[in-house]
Design a binder for this molecule. Structure first.
Ligand code: ATP
Length: 234
């Protein structure tokens, strides 16, 4: 479904991601793991059209998307749920959700999806008219996920959705990611907690200093001695 082929992405002249290739099949939950600064966020931002490619190509459902605008990538069905939540703080919860659907014209479909979101995230329903900036961290994370779903994506890119959340909310966030996948949406997720990322996923890629150094099924990666030593506490 998504094919990233040998991409290099630079900030100025300095490459943050070098010759990275990865694939995500329809219906899969794939994770990207690696230490701080390994290039995980940069890879997601290149996929969603926020950063240009210095080399390589990206295709989604057979169509080239490398170097497309973020708007085009969203229109093709990839929603990005960024690190640090990034909700619109001055807008209400409801307005944030509507922003997620800004490319859609099907008013009835949007209304139905809002109802579905309220079922899935009852806390958001209780706070529809509250400014998003006044929500708790966990609530903002739920809103960021819900907003991404409002575009009715075929694939969601999650960037560390559990970052900074209390343990019970981390678990809830992972449950929601699994639910989204069960409902048929393909997921590519950056996650720094390697154990959680490998237990949840179908397959995973490990990035080190901007390059893919290991990839495989979650269970194979859990058994990998290098990963055990460096990322799973031995
Ligand atoms: P983290 O888990 O800490 O978010 P990451 O794996 O997502 O790490 P990236 O954010 O992709 O890593 O960063 C990869 C490299 O690119 C790092 O060396 C980082 O310092 C550099 N980098 C990231 N953003 C910028 C930027 N806007 N300008 C310059 N360098 C950047």
């Amino acid at each position: 479904m998504l094919k990233v082929d040998g991409i290099t992405v630079c900030y100025g002249k300095i490459p943050a991601v070098r010759n990275v290739s990865l694939e995500v099949e329809e219906g899969e939950l794939v994770t990207l793991i690696g230490a701080n600064g390994a290039g995980k966020t940069t890879t997601l931002r290149a996929i969603s059209g926020m950063l240009p490619l210095a080399t390589g190509s990206i295709t989604f459902r057979g169509q080239p998307i490398g170097n497309s605008s973020a708007r085009n990538v969203l229109a093709m069905g990839i929603a990005h749920c960024p690190e640090g939540r990034r909700v619109f703080p001055q807008l209400t919860v409801r307005e944030n959700l509507e922003m997620g659907a800004y490319l859609r014209k099907d008013r009835d479909g949007i209304a139905r999806d809002l109802e579905r979101i309220y079922d899935k995230f009852p806390r958001l329903k209780e706070r529809l008219h509250q400014a998003a900036g006044t929500l708790s961290g966990g609530e903002q994370q739920m809103l960021a996920i819900a907003r991404a779903l409002m575009s009715r994506p075929k694939m969601v890119l999650f960037d560390e959705p559990s970052l900074g959340l209390a343990p019970n909310l981390v678990e809830r966030t992972f449950e929601i990611v699994l639910e989204i996948r069960r409902e048929g949406t393909t997921v590519l997720m950056v996650e720094q907690n390697a154990l959680a990322a490998l237990e949840l996923c179908d397959r995973s890629y490990l990035l080190e200093t901007g390059q893919v150094v290991e990839h495989g099924t979650g269970s194979a990666m859990l058994e990998n001695p290098h990963i055990q030593k460096a990322y799973l506490g031995g």
